[in-house]
Write a protein that binds this ligand. Structure first.
Ligand SMILES: Nc1ncnc2c1ncn2[C@@H]1O[C@H](COP(=O)(O)OP(=O)(O)OP(=O)(O)O)[C@@H](O)[C@H]1O
Ligand SMILES: [Mg+2]
Length: 278
């Protein structure tokens, strides 16, 4: 990891969104909060790690980070120390129980929840240094369309929007997708519907969202924005149980319906962003 702090120069670093996205980076984001981004990020990382990929999850929800709580990890050195120059990037990367690496924001990041040029440059420097070392980097972002969230998403080659079937979550997902299409000129956005009640719900919801987008959103190229349905994760009481115990669902209850759905999601993500070497 010696080159971690010496990423290639990126001229775009100090300008606004959109930036040139970095490869193999998936931003896990949402319109509404509390829909399952952190749960999906952590467990998807475990599922991808189990399939042999080198995975890192970055807690990009700078102001309200809680990946540490979900993983029951409380490291002494965090992203905060890297931002303030108190520690090197490699010192802040730790191993999570699921066989992947994590970079936790830690408390004290609230001051970074505003997108100043310094935050932007630090973020970009850290990301550029990390990417070459992993097969896939997942960004567990905050909800909504704040500057920091949009900036974090702009660094990703792929966006995975998490939504639940609730109407409030769907209208917020629509707003987020619309902003990503216009500001970041995205032509495809991946969608996972979490906490579904019935088989097939997520696909029907994605089709409905697509129809609204087709009517009201045009991309710069003139082509319609394409939503890619990556799967559904059923509402499953095991998820809450695992979170209450601060354990990874994929490790403690790999056979439960939500864990099986995450394993399927990992296969789809692998096919698109982290193909295995033949
Ligand atoms: N498939 C599921 N089945 C049942 N409960 C779920 C499921 N997914 C998520 N939850 C519940 O939703 C809660 C919120 O999940 P999580 O913290 O991952 O959301 P988030 O989108 O990261 O929230 P925030 O926007 O605050 O970062 C979990 O603690 C869990 O109780
Ligand atoms: Mg979260």
């Amino acid at each position: 990891m010696s080159d971690v702090l010496n990423p290639p120069e990126t001229a775009e670093g100090s300008t606004g969104v959109p930036l040139k996205p970095l490869g193999k980076v998936v931003a896990v984001t949402s319109g509404k909060g509390g829909v399952g981004k952190t749960f999906v990020s952590a467990n998807l990382a475990a599922a991808l790690a189990k399939r042999g990929h080198r995975v890192l999850v970055l807690d990009a929800d700078l102001g309200l980070a809680n990946l540490d709580v979900v993983l029951n990890l409380y490291p002494k050195i965090t992203l905060h120390d890297v931002f303030t120059g108190k520690a090197k990037l490699e010192e802040a990367i730790i191993r999570a129980p699921g066989g992947f690496s994590v970079l936790l924001a830690g408390s004290g990041m609230v001051e970074y929840s505003r997108l100043t040029p310094e935050v932007r440059d630090d973020f970009l420097r850290i990301m550029s240094g990390l990417v070459p070392h992993y097969d896939v980097v997942l960004l567990d972002t905050g909800a909504g369309i704040s500057d920091v969230v949009l900036f974090a998403v702009s660094l990703a080659s792929e966006v995975l929007v998490v939504a639940t079937p609730e109407p409030t979550s769907l209208t917020d997902a629509y707003a987020t997708i619309k902003v990503l299409a216009s500001q970041q000129k995205r032509s495809t956005i991946r969608v996972v519907i979490n906490q579904t009640a019935r088989l097939g719900d997520g696909r029907a919801i994605t089709t409905q969202l697509q129809q609204v987008l087709d009517r009201f959103v045009t991309t710069e190229s003139g082509k319609p924005l394409k939503l890619l349905h990556m799967g559904d994760i059923p509402a499953d009481p095991s998820v809450r149980q695992a979170i209450m115990r601060r354990q990874l669902l994929m490790q403690t209850m790999p056979g439960c319906p939500a864990a099986l759905a995450i394993a399927q999601l990992a296969v789809k993500i692998e096919e698109t962003v982290a193909p295995r070497a033949a």
